[in-house]
Design a protein around this ligand. Structure first.
Ligand code: NAG
Ligand code: NAG
Ligand code: NAG
Length: 518
């Protein structure tokens, strides 16, 4: 099996890199040694997850307070999330989350991106740290070929290094790549490579100098939904009358190999899993428990081919677009649901806060641009946002029925959102319960004014009784008017307005007497 030419071309910069970074090896980062590095790469979805379990030992004389992690820039640009968990000691105990920041060590080559995991307390001489680093990459499975026909399976290429790329020497290391099953077209055959079932292993390599890099390329079948949303707007509207209304606007595309040639729906419908193997028909959204009034629609109307399962712990909505999505195809739709206020809005220290997850409830979706809008009740003040990752924040105002100054809207924007970003964030605000009564009071005042107006009108009208001279005069005037056939347009319009007003009054009296009855 030959390595495909396209991935090889892509790999060349990486080969050069190995040479370039040699220079850095001599710098003073030799205090730490990685005694063991085991990496597991999960390629079963279109979002690539790499878990590196490192055993780090301080062999230098001084305590060390940070561990450097390095990635080639071409990998780092697709890095959507990085998390590190550490625990000190000979055996692995419960670990703590370590803060991570981007750093630029002096003398580092520009081809690499460095992160630093900060230790809660410095690692003393001779001590061992267990460090788990989870990294999640997007756009790292390249479809190859880039265009396929309706019946073809989708093949993708992944590349990485068989050696753990680290600024520290690595004593023993392994790499295991989990594939989705199905065909494996080719993989780089280093002597230690072994493919068993759908797991590709690069066996242990020993005594690697810092920045060892050994390219590997895997070319394999992956027909899982490459659901990529160009943009998602999530609107969360809080109503202190008991509801949190969520409305999500999606624009989703199949981000895999593009469909070439004609699409035949007859072919597809006769054997969807053969004649449409690379397409996806549905997506699953995991909504919070107690979600209610759920709908799923597009510009044509309700889409009835959705299914809903719910129990006390979860609500599953299966979203089935009107047509299967092939590579490059897009669809837009809206999902909406209501949530009980008491599950998401809390009160503490004189402030209320919304505590809800950030990302989309749809499974394994990559959102290239997510805009979360939190619409607070009118009259909310002192708004503060606390998010577990950096976001772009701004504020706007939304007007709806009976609003005077409008509702404050907190807008949070984040690129490349993956399921790992489905973390809780909080919006704190001050809101006076009196404001809650403003709208009903406005309605009551409105009705009261109408009522007064009606009374005034009725009073003046009552003086025109059927026997009064003014009524007779009016009749005569009308008669003359008809004879002369000179009813002006303005008079007719006036009459119309008068009729409307009378019916509004009648309606109002009917309504208020009805209310008295009940
Ligand atoms: C759409 O579906 C929802 C919920 O199933 C329903 O309440 C609503 O009336 C439907 N709207 C239309 C226009 O069919
Ligand atoms: C938000 O809710 C989650 C899940 O219920 C909880 O673990 C977390 O502590 C809450 N955050 C705050 C600030 O209350
Ligand atoms: C915020 O927006 C600015 C300008 O639009 C952009 O350069 C920056 O990367 C954004 N930051 C985040 C965290 O999205």
């Amino acid at each position: 099996m030959a390595t495909p030419p396209l991935p090889l071309r892509r790999a060349t910069p990486l080969l050069l890199l190995a040479v370039l970074v040699g220079a850095l090896a001599s710098t003073t980062r030799a205090d730490l040694v990685i005694t063991r590095a085991d990496r597991r790469v999960d390629l079963t979805s279109h979002i690539v997850r790499v878990l590196a379990s490192l055993k780090v030992e301080n062999v230098g004389p001084d305590p060390v307070s940070q561990v450097l992690l390095s990635f080639p820039n071409i990998q780092a640009k697709n890095l959507a999330a990085i998390r590190a968990f550490g625990t000190e000691g000979k055996v692995k105990g419960p670990s703590t989350v370590l803060p991570i920041e981007v750093v630029q060590p002096s003398g580092a080559p520009p081809e690499l991106t460095f992160f630093s995991a900060l230790l809660p307390k410095p690692l003393e001489k001779g001590k061992i740290l267990h460090l788990d680093v989870l990294t999640v990459f997007t756009h790292s499975l390249q479809p190859f070929p880039e265009e396929i026909t309706q019946a073809e399976a989708q093949l993708v290429v992944y590349q990485d290094s068989a050696h753990y790329l680290s600024p520290y020497p690595v004593k023993v290391q392994t790499l295991a790549i989990r594939l989705p099953g199905g065909r494996v077209e080719s993989y780089t055959r280093h002597p230690s490579a072994k493919l068993v079932d759908s797991e590709l292993k690069y066996g242990s390599s020993e005594e690697l100098p810092p920045f060892s890099y050994l390219p590997v390329i895997v070319h394999f079948e992956n027909n899982n939904p490459f659901a990529v949303a160009k943009e998602v707007i999530r609107e969360i509207e809080i109503s202190h009358w008991g509801n949190v209304q969520i409305t999500e606007y999606y624009n989703i595309a199949h981000g895999g190999a593009r469909l070439k040639g004609e699409f035949s729906r007859i072919d597809y419908q006769s054997r969807p899993y053969v004649r449409g193997v690379s397409s996806f028909r549905n997506l699953i959204a995991r909504l919070p428990p107690r979600a209610h009034s759920i709908y799923y629609r597009d510009e044509i109307g309700n889409i009835s081919t959705s299914h809903l399962w719910s129990d006390s712990k979860k609500t599953h909505l299966e979203i089935e677009p009107r047509f299967p999505l092939f590579g490059g195809w897009q669809t837009t739709f809206t999902v909406g649901y209501g949530l009980p206020l008491e599950d998401f809005v809390f009160y503490s220290d004189g402030k209320r806060f919304l505590n809800i997850t950030f990302g989309s409830p749809i499974e394994e979706i990559l959102i290239e641009k997510l805009i979360v809008k939190v619409v607070l009740p009118e009259g909310s003040k002192d708004i503060e946002v606390s998010a577990p990752f950096p976001t772009n924040q701004s504020q706007e105002v939304k007007y709806s029925h009976l609003d005077i100054v409008g509702r404050p809207v907190v807008v949070l924007e984040k690129p490349d959102v993956i399921p790992e970003h489905n973390l809780y964030f909080q919006v704190y605000y001050k809101f006076n319960n009196i404001s809650l009564l403003r709208e009903p009071l406005m309605l009551i005042t409105g009705f009261f004014l109408l009522f007064v107006a009606c009374i005034v009108y009725m009073r003046t009208d009552m003086s025109i009784s059927k026997s009064s001279p003014s009524y007779l005069a009016k009749l005569q005037w009308d008669e003359v008017h008809n004879y002369l056939a000179c009813r002006s347009y303005t008079l007719r319009v006036n009459g119309l307005a008068e009729n409307c007003f009378i019916s509004a009054c009648n309606y109002f009296f009917f309504w208020s007497s009805f209310r008295h009855v009940i």
